[in-house]
Design a protein around this ligand. Structure first.
Ligand code: NAD
Ligand code: ZN
Length: 355
C-alpha cells in the first residue's frame, strides 16, 4: 500500500511525524490533500490533557482547506482537482440524530467529530472525507486557502456559541475567553445584533481583535472577579447572554452568576479535565430562575460551510486578524501545534500553507 507522511499523536504527551498508509476511498467518500492546515486548541486537549485517553499513531488535525484527489463512484458534486472547504465535523447524514438536527451526535455522542478523534485527521499528505457530497463545500472564487481554513472550525464554533445563546437585537452578551473561538463568538453575536458585548480576555492581540470584531467592553480576568467587573460595568444588572469560550469549569458558575433570569449560558469550550460542573443554587434562582445552560459541538456539513463562507465572500466577516503566525512547509505543522500548546502572547492562530 502507498505510504504518506503525517503528523500524529504517538501516545500521551507525544507528537511526531510518522509514515502511514494512504487512506482508501469509499463509494460516497473523497480523498483530499491539504492546501492549508491549522492546529486547534482541541488537538492540545487531546495530546497534552489526555482528554480522549491514549491514542497511538492517530493523525492529528481537523482544520484544513484542500484539493480533492479522488472521489467514490457515488459522489455527485465533486471531482479530482476541485478546491474545497473541509468542516472539522463530518456527520453521517442518514443517522436519526442528523434528522433531529443533531448531526454532531450521529450514531452517538460526538460521533460527527471524526477527524483526529475516531479516525485519522487532516495533518497527513492525504486524508479521507466521509460522505463527500454532504461534507465538503466548494472553495468560493477569490477566497484565500488560509482564510478558508478558519471555516473548518473557528468560525462555525464561535458562531455556534452565538446561536446556542440565541443572541437577539440589542442584547448584552458576555464572551468569556477571546482566543480564536471566542473572537468568532464576538463576531457572531454582533452579526446577530448584540447591542453591547463584554469580551473577557487579557492577551493584547486578542483584545485588539475583539474590538475589531465589535466588542464594546474589555474585561481583564487578571484584574479580579469577572462577575463583579461585568455587573459593575453593566450598571449593576446581569447580562442577557453568556458565551463560554475559554477558562475552566469555574466559568459555568461565573456565567450563571452574571446572567439574568431567563438568560442563556452557552458553552463551546472543550472541557479537557475535571469531573463535575458546579451550578450555584442561589444565583440559579433556587432551581427556578429559567436560566438555561447549554453546550455544543459545532455543526459540520456542507450547508453550514456554504452559508458561513458567504459572510466572508460578501465582506461581512474578515478572518485575517485571526491569522498571526504563518508557515510554509508540511513539516511545520509540528512547530505550529507546539505554538498552539504554548500560546505565546502574540498568538491567535497559526496556519501552514502547503498548496
Ligand atoms: P484559546 O486557548 O486560544 O483561547 C481561550 C482563551 O481563554 C485564552 O486566551 C485564555 O487566556 C483565556 N482564558 C483562560 N482562562 C480564562 C478565564 N478564567 N476567563 C477568561 N478567559 C480565560 O482557545 P481557542 O482556540 O479559542 O478555543 C477555545 C475552546 O474551544 C478550546 O477549549 C477548544 O478546544 C474549544 N473548541 C470547541 C469546539 C466546539 O465545537 N465546541 C471547536 C473548536 C474548539
Ligand atoms: Zn478544533
Amino acid at each position: 500500500m502507498a505510504k504518506m507522511k503525517a503528523m500524529a499523536m504517538l501516545g500521551l504527551d507525544k507528537i511526531g511525524m510518522i509514515e502511514k498508509e494512504v487512506p482508501v476511498c469509499g463509494p460516497m467518500d473523497a480523498i483530499c490533500r491539504p492546501l492549508a492546515m491549522s492546529p486547534c486548541t482541541s488537538d492540545v486537549h487531546t495530546v497534552w490533557e489526555h482528554a480522549l485517553g491514549d491514542r497511538q499513531n492517530l493523525i492529528l488535525g481537523h482544520e484544513a482547506s484542500a484539493e480533492v484527489v479522488e472521489v467514490g463512484s457515488l459522489v455527485k458534486d465533486f471531482k479530482p482537482g476541485d478546491k474545497v472547504i473541509v468542516p472539522a465535523i463530518t456527520p453521517d447524514w442518514e443517522a436519526v440524530e442528523s434528522q433531529m438536527d443533531l448531526s454532531q451526535h450521529c450514531y452517538g455522542m460526538l460521533n460527527g467529530w471524526k477527524f483526529s478523534n475516531i479516525k485519522d485527521g487532516v495533518f497527513g499528505e492525504f486524508f479521507h472525507v466521509n460522505q463527500a457530497d454532504g461534507n465538503l463545500a466548494h472553495l468560493p472564487a477569490g477566497m484565500d486557502i488560509e482564510d478558508a481554513v478558519m471555516l473548518s472550525d473557528m468560525v462555525p464554533t464561535g458562531f455556534h456559541g452565538a446561536n446556542l445563546a440565541e443572541v437577539a437585537y440589542g442584547e448584552t452578551v458576555a464572551v468569556i475567553g477571546i482566543g480564536p473561538v471566542g473572537l468568532m463568538a464576538v463576531a457572531g453575536s454582533v452579526l446577530r445584533g448584540a447591542g453591547r458585548v463584554f469580551a473577557v480576555g487579557s492577551r493584547p492581540n486578542c483584545v485588539e481583535a475583539a474590538k475589531f470584531y465589535g466588542a464594546t467592553d474589555i474585561i481583564n480576568y487578571k484584574n479580579g472577579d469577572i462577575v463583579e467587573q461585568i455587573l459593575a460595568a453593566n450598571g449593576g444588572k446581569p447580562v442577557d447572554k453568556v458565551i463560554l469560550a475559554g477558562g475552566g469549569l469555574e466559568t459555568f458558575e461565573q456565567g450563571v452568576k452574571m446572567v439574568r433570569p431567563g438568560g442563556i449560558v452557552s458553552n463551546i469550550n472543550y472541557l479537557g479535565t475535571g469531573d463535575y460542573i458546579k451550578i450555584p443554587r442561589v444565583e440559579w434562582g433556587l432551581g427556578m430562575g429559567h436560566i438555561r445552560i447549554i453546550g455544543g459541538l459545532m455543526p459540520g456539513g456542507r450547508k453550514n460551510m456554504e452559508y458561513l463562507a458567504r459572510l466572508m465572500t460578501y465582506g461581512r466577516l474578515d478572518v485575517k486578524p485571526l491569522l498571526t503566525h504563518r508557515f510554509e512547509n508540511f513539516e511545520d505543522i509540528e512547530p505550529a501545534l507546539l505554538l498552539m500548546k504554548d500560546k505565546p502572547a502574540d498568538l491567535i492562530k497559526p496556519v501552514v500553507r502547503v498548496g
